[in-house]
Design a protein. Structure first.
Length: 364
């Protein structure tokens, strides 16, 4: 690569999060339990539940959790449990449940997308084979239900109330599988409306369930319903951020722009394509459908996709976060603090794109 594109790549990888008082949520105080100590406790609990050394899935599980990721879903689950004054043991069981389900989805997603790297390590199917990857994903799903059932049991023993977090998990798993499958059955590249529906199942469920389950376990499920629009917007913003990172080559995958190469639904591509008119759109479509729009074969279009499409995607994230902030202003619970791990991550990501786009446009 030559010219501007390497600068875009290096800028995305090196740029540090900047503080901006105009970004929603950036100045919120973190909840007390949502700390490094809590994060370590969650990770220790996860690792304590992994298969023992003589188990056929032990090596694969250890490999996968050697880089556990941000544990955002477990973090917001525990923060919601604290906010609702839920028993800590119940909250931890639900946090484990959602983290195991999320990681199961990652293992299966890597198989579907044929990704060979995640979190800068070989994916399970690449390192251990398809059979082991499928079995590990299934095992993680099973563990997710084990911990959800334990959360329900503990809630009943402490409060005498019957809860249905296991059913909520099953509903989320169904929506997740449907959203994932939708990527592979479409005969044409999705428009924004279709993309939003896919994300609602694929990503949105795993952002909302950690909190919804805590409301359910606290016998306060009716209070959750006002948050459905909030989590719809957060799920969409989260997937857009993932899509930006995919094109930037900063998502830990082996290939930059894997979504483009596979012609998988990607918010940056959709928003960029919608901004093109007449001959430009036709030219881009021809290149895209041929699979030639990538960093190594068509620098012109990839640069435009990253700069223009990236900024449009960052605009969308900022707009969605503003809606979330507005919706939570008069909510009875302090959800802004609970959701800080998510909103902070999304705000930082959008600001990185703005910075890179403005810097690159002045230097081109």
């Amino acid at each position: 690569m030559s010219g501007l594109l390497p600068e875009l790549m290096e800028g995305m990888k090196a740029l540090q999060t900047r503080s901006d008082s105009n970004i929603p949520f950036r100045n919120q105080q973190k909840p007390s339990r949502n700390s490094q100590e809590t994060l370590k406790g969650l990770l220790l609990n996860i690792k304590s539940q992994l298969p023992s050394n003589n188990h056929p899935l032990s090596a694969a599980a250890i490999h996968h959790f050697a880089e556990p990721g941000k544990l955002i879903r477990g973090q917001i689950a525990l923060a919601a449990g604290e906010m609702l004054d839920l028993n800590r043991d119940i909250a931890m069981q639900w946090a484990l449940s959602v983290e195991f389900l999320h990681n199961a989805s990652l293992v299966h997603d890597d198989i579907c997308d044929e990704d060979t790297s995640r979190r800068n390590r070989e994916t399970i199917w690449k390192a251990f084979g398809l059979q082991q990857a499928i079995c590990l994903g299934d095992w993680l799903v099973a563990q997710s239900f084990v911990h959800a059932a334990e959360a329900d049991s503990l809630a009943y023993s402490y409060t005498g109330s019957k809860t249905a977090s296991t059913a909520l998990l099953a509903k989320g798993m169904s929506a997740l599988s449907t959203g994932q499958a939708s990527e592979f059955v479409s005969s044409s590249y999705p428009n924004w409306a279709h993309y939003s529906r896919i994300v609602s199942g694929k990503t949105g469920q795993l952002i909302s369930i950690p909190v919804e389950g805590m409301f359910m376990l606290a016998s306060l499920h009716e209070d959750y319903h006002r948050l459905e629009n909030v989590f719809g917007n957060l799920g969409l913003a989260y997937q857009i951020t993932n899509d930006i990172k995919n094109l930037m080559g900063t998502d830990g995958a082996a290939r930059q722009g894997g979504d483009v190469l596979r012609q998988s639904p990607n918010a940056v591509v959709i928003l960029f394509r919608d901004s093109l008119v007449n001959g430009s759109r036709k030219e881009f479509d021809e290149k895209f459908m041929q699979g030639s729009v990538c960093a190594h074969t068509d620098e012109k279009w990839m640069r435009e996709l990253l700069m223009t499409g990236g900024k449009l995607a960052a605009d969308k994230i900022t707009s969605l976060l503003a809606e979330v902030d507005k919706d939570l202003n008069d909510y009875a619970y302090d959800m802004k603090s609970v959701l800080l791990p998510v909103t902070d991550y999304l705000s930082a990501a959008s600001q990185k794109i703005y910075h890179i786009s403005s810097t690159s446009s002045t230097s081109s």
